[in-house]
Each structure stands twice: as C-alpha cells, then as structure tokens.
Design a protein around this ligand. Structure first.
Ligand code: GLA
Length: 379
C-alpha cells in the first residue's frame, strides 16, 4: 500500500498498515442486541488502513473503493456531526477516541478493503477496527474497550443501533476457528469446527433499502416483547433471560408481531447451543439441520430474509454435499452461508452460480471462508 499512499498523499514516509477483518456469522442471528449468543468467525477478507503523520492540523482519509477523500480539523472532531456517508465510520471512530481520552493526531489515512460493501460480511466493522488501531498507533487499548468504542461509533455517530458481534469478532477473531460470544457477559469461547466441512458464503449482490429501518423496527419489537414477558416474569431484562418454555407460557399475551420476533430470538439462542454441541461431536448432519431451522425462523418469524436469499438457500439445499444453508448478517440481501462437504465445494460453487445467474441475471460472488485472526498491525 506504500506506493498508493505516496501517490495520494505525496509521501509514504513513516507509513504503518493496520488490518481489520470482516466476518461471517455461522449461527445466532439478531441475537446480539438481545444479549444472547452468536458464533461468527473473522475472515481473510479485511479492511486495511494505512496511516502516517501529515504535520498539519487535519485528519485526512482517502478511500480507494469510493475514490473519494474526506478531511476534518482534529480540534473539531469532538463535536462533529455525521455527514451520512462512508466518512462517518472514520469520523465516528476518531470522535470516540477523542472522547475516551485518546487525542487524534493530524494524520493521513488510506483505506483499501477486500470486504464487499453491503455483503453482510461486516465491511463497516472492518473499517472501524482498522481505523481505530491506525489512529491509536503505539497507544495500547484493552481489546474489549476497542470493541466497545467501535460499536459506540456506529451506534452514536453513524446512528445504527447494531449489537456488538461485528466489532467483537473483528477484534477477537482467531485463525482456524470460530468464536462463540456471550453478548451479555462479553466473554467468548474459541470453537474448532470439524475439519471435514467447507464454509462457503454466496453473495446475492443485492442490498435492499429496507434493511436499516427494518433493523430498528426489530430492535423495538424485541423490546416490546420483553416488556410483556417482564409483567409475567419480573427480572427479565432481555430476551436472553427467556428460555423456550418461559416464552411458551408468555406467548399468548404478546401481540402477534413482537411474539414472532421473540420466538425467533429465543429459539435461535437455543440453536447456537445445539450447534456448539453438534460441532463438538462432529455431527455435521445436525449442524446442517440447525442452519436450515435458523434460516426458516429468520424468513418466517423474524422476516429479515428476501427473495434472493431464499432462492440461494433453497437452491443450495438441493445440491450434492450441502449439509445446510442460511442467510447470514442483518438480512435483506448480503450473503448466505453454506456448510458443504469439501469434495463437493467446487461443484457447489459452479451450480449455485449458474442457478442464481439464470434466475436473477446477476453473477453471485462465492467465497470459501477461511477463519482468520482479529485486527492488528501488519508489516
Ligand atoms: C448486523 C449487526 C449485528 C447483528 C447482525 C444480525 O450485522 O451489525 O450487530 O445484529 O446484523 O445478527
């Protein structure tokens, strides 16, 4: 990235490069902001942020993907307002650093990302974590503090009420493993997946506009369900505190829409536990069945899937060697994640590509997911 940095900013003296990975979530969807469980893994698709001092009074950033730059005077960062574009992720992280007592120096940043934007593979968290590390430089911050800071940038500055999963896995990712996160205690467990399964993401290449407002609606609907359940079971603070049996008792009193949303979350948390157990026994069939159950629940109860995602899942389930398929991430487009027997991986990729192209006239991108390490400096 040195050459590109020199081209954009005139010099590459003192350049350092920081990497923040994207992620694919295996199971546990829309559970993080309900303080439940998720099981993502960090990917080798990542955002790279190169940084060097500029000797002025501004924070400057150039995005190779957008082919655009933004700049802010560093002393204005603390009270900055969002501009509602990609620069908000950088400005939001910078603002949170200043507010947390880490002044931001005048630097130039160059951003290059291999995480496709809008793919549901968390390009924004990858940008946030790599930028936060680049702006910190040699200053150390506890990893969990870094996670929380990046999430605050998104919640408070960008204005997206996301949970903690994406920033957490981007920081805590492990090479060769998935990570089960308890979104209430914020503890995690490193999970070795059985070796005889390929994890393949297929990108619909669409991102429906509805996504952001629907996400807000889901957060609110889950809170409505919690209110009702609390009337029956005092002490319930989030859907994490509700097991399937308790939900069944309360269900009739919850209005129909929040009831469906809560049913998804409560059963999804149980599926994460069941998936973990199946993975430990190497029970690929059960892991696959849980993928499918998760997708149906997201499709019918949580209602965050779309025609393209459903088509990819239904098509995948008819292909040889496919153990399970589901949408991953927020929904309304983005990717599916598929558990495929390794010997069928190539055929899967060819057939799903051909079918999707025939149906929608779009070539989907197919990624063989390689669990990778979390954010850090690269040489
Ligand atoms: C988005 C959010 C995450 C999570 C997922 C759904 O990726 O950023 O916090 O809620 O959707 O599981």
């Amino acid at each position: 990235m040195r050459e590109a940095f020199a081209r954009v900013f005139g010099s590459a003296q003192g350049v350092r490069v920081f990497r923040g990975p994207g992620r694919v979530n295996l199971i546990g969807e829309h559970t993080d902001y309900n303080l439940g469980f998720v099981l993502p893994m960090a990917l080798d698709l990542a955002c790279f942020t190169a940084v060097a001092p500029n000797g002025g009074d501004k924070l400057r950033v150039y995005s190779e993907d957008m082919q655009q730059s933004r700049e802010w005077t560093v002393k204005d960062l603390e009270s900055l307002e969002p501009a509602h574009d990609w620069g908000d992720y950088v400005a939001g992280v910078a603002q949170q650093l200043v507010r947390a007592g880490y002044p931001v120096a005048p630097v130039n940043l160059l951003i290059r990302s291999t995480v496709p934007v809008g793919s549901g593979l968390s390009s924004s968290a990858a940008l946030e974590t790599s930028t936060a590390l680049a702006l910190l430089g040699d200053r150390r911050m506890e990893p969990l503090e870094l996670v929380r800071l990046c999430r605050r940038a998104e919640n408070e500055f960008v204005g997206m009420p996301c949970g903690i999963m994406d920033q957490y896995i981007s920081v805590f990712g492990r090479e060769g493993a998935a990570v089960k996160i308890d979104c209430r205690s914020l503890e995690h467990e490193v999970v070795q997946l059985p070796p005889d399964v390929a994890i393949i993401a297929v990108n619909t290449m669409v991102k429906h506009e509805l996504g952001q407002s629907a996400y807000r609606d889901r957060v609110r609907e889950c809170a409505e369900a919690v209110e009702v359940i609390r009337g029956i079971r005092p002490g319930v603070e989030s859907l994490r505190d509700v097991d399937v049996a308790t939900f069944e008792i309360a269900a009739e009193q919850i209005p129909p829409v929040p009831r469906k949303r809560a049913r998804h979350v409560v059963t999804e948390d149980a599926r994460v536990e069941a998936f973990m157990a199946a993975s430990k026994r190497g029970d690929l069939e059960t892991m696959g069945a849980l993928f499918v159950a998760s997708h149906r629940s997201l499709q019918n109860d949580y209602e965050v899937s779309c025609e393209e995602l459903d088509f990819l899942v239904d098509t995948a389930l008819g292909l040889p060697g496919v153990l399970g398929a589901r949408m991953t991430g927020g929904g309304f487009g983005g990717c599916t994640v598929n558990l495929v027997r390794p010997q069928n991986a190539e055929e899967f990729s060819e057939k799903i590509t051909a079918a999707y192209k025939e149906r929608f006239g779009i070539t989907p991108a197919v990624y063989r997911c390689k669990p990778s390490a979390g954010a850090g400096e690269i040489c």
